[in-house]
Design a protein around this ligand. Structure first.
Ligand SMILES: NC(=O)c1ccc[n+]([C@@H]2O[C@H](COP(=O)([O-])OP(=O)(O)OC[C@H]3O[C@@H](n4cnc5c(N)ncnc54)[C@H](OP(=O)(O)O)[C@@H]3O)[C@@H](O)[C@H]2O)c1
Length: 311
């Protein structure tokens, strides 16, 4: 199957590797230095838990012209990078697109593509349940289950059979989520407080693990975030996520304490720009919900103090 992976960072590279190994005809769209790296070395991935390094040759492209056609396009980039590529996707004649990653503006992005496209588009949204970081000349992939949660905004994903075919000869699982917009909004709730704290502590997770007040603030902020979503009428999905955070605070506290002491915590990537973008969306929801969020605000304040002292 002819597949384009648009965005060859940490998670895009991992997805392209899986799809190549699954026997697909994969092109990776990358830019600048990353495109040169891929042409020279292929996709080089250090698999953190599996203790192995793989290298895969792929076709590398630096542009997507309107006439090129792919059976599937996966766009894998930071939430704040999506707007720049929406016009390119709209102009291209391929029909089946999956936007993969954090996303608080799924409806707006879908509307933009559909309204600006001359051909019919089927759009789905995905989130890869893995992590990783970029090292000098390779990606380090932290893959636990190797799967993507995926869904459309209209309940059905019309190109699901194509997705099944693309992943048929891989161990990668696609889990279809009926309310993907709500799932993505729920995902922002733990991510933003955790990243506020990570940046406030300049990535010194061992120090963070010892800071009881911040760990409790993270849990409090998550609870506040879920209250905001509830006030706006969004379902809490996956239900277990909010339930655990609310009903097992002590266990979650110890989990966070242990997690931040593990070397793997250093291998999960985040950027200030995406964090700011996701938080901006949250601030809009909070205003509409009229729910107070003292823990969230406290974490944000510490993050900003650190950002200002570092600049
Ligand atoms: N990495 C993790 O640990 C992790 C864990 C969970 C969730 N996520 C989420 O997964 C999503 C993807 O994350 P990631 O870590 O894979 O991001 P990333 O490493 O920053 O990769 C994004 C890639 O897209 C490329 N890109 C951006 N704009 C582009 C454009 N206009 N044209 C062409 N290429 C462009 C970037 O190019 P350059 O190389 O030139 O910058 C980069 O290679 C994000 O929402 C992230 O929050 C990541």
């Amino acid at each position: 199957m002819k597949i384009l992976v648009y965005g060859a960072g940490v998670l895009g590279s991992y997805l392209a590797h899986v799809l190549v190994r699954g026997g697909n005809d994969v092109t990776v769209l990358a830019r600048g230095k990353r495109a040169e790296e891929l042409k020279r070395d292929g996709i080089v991935i250090r698999h953190y838990f599996q203790l192995k390094t793989t290298s895969d040759r792929v076709k590398v492209s630096q542009t997507l012209s309107p006439e090129e056609s792919y059976d599937l396009i996966f766009v894998v980039m930071k939430f704040t990078d999506f707007p720049a590529v929406l016009p390119v996707l709209a102009e291209n004649r391929s029909s089946n697109i999956v936007l993969v990653g954090n996303n608080t503006e799924a409806h707006q992005m879908q509307s933009y593509i559909k309204e600006h496209s001359r051909t019919d588009k089927n759009i789905a949204f995905g989130f890869q349940l893995s992590g990783g970081i970029r090292e000098k000349d390779r990606m380090v992939a932290v893959r636990a289950g190797g799967q993507m949660v995926l869904g459309s905004l209209d309940g059905v994903v019309p190109f699901l059979p194509l997705l099944d075919k693309a992943f048929k000869h891989t161990k990668y699982k696609i889990t279809v989520q009926e309310n993907m917009d709500a799932w993505l909004k729920n995902h922002v709730i733990p991510i933003v407080p955790l990243n506020f704290a990570a940046f406030a502590f300049k990535g010194n997770f061992k120090k963070l693990a010892r800071d009881k007040q911040t760990l409790q603030q993270i849990i409090g902020a998550m609870d506040e975030g879920f209250k905001v979503l509830e006030a706006l009428g969004y379902p809490l999905i996956p239900a277990a996520q909010a339930k655990w955070i609310r009903q097992h605070r002590t266990l979650v506290y110890w989990f966070l304490k242990v997690y931040h002491r593990l070397p793997v915590a250093q291998k999960i990537d985040g950027t200030v720009k995406e964090l700011e973008g996701l938080n901006l969306a949250f601030q809009g929801w909070k205003q509409r919900a009229n729910v107070s969020t003292p823990n969230w605000d406290g974490l944000e304040k510490n993050f900003r103090m650190q950002a200002e002292s570092g600049s």
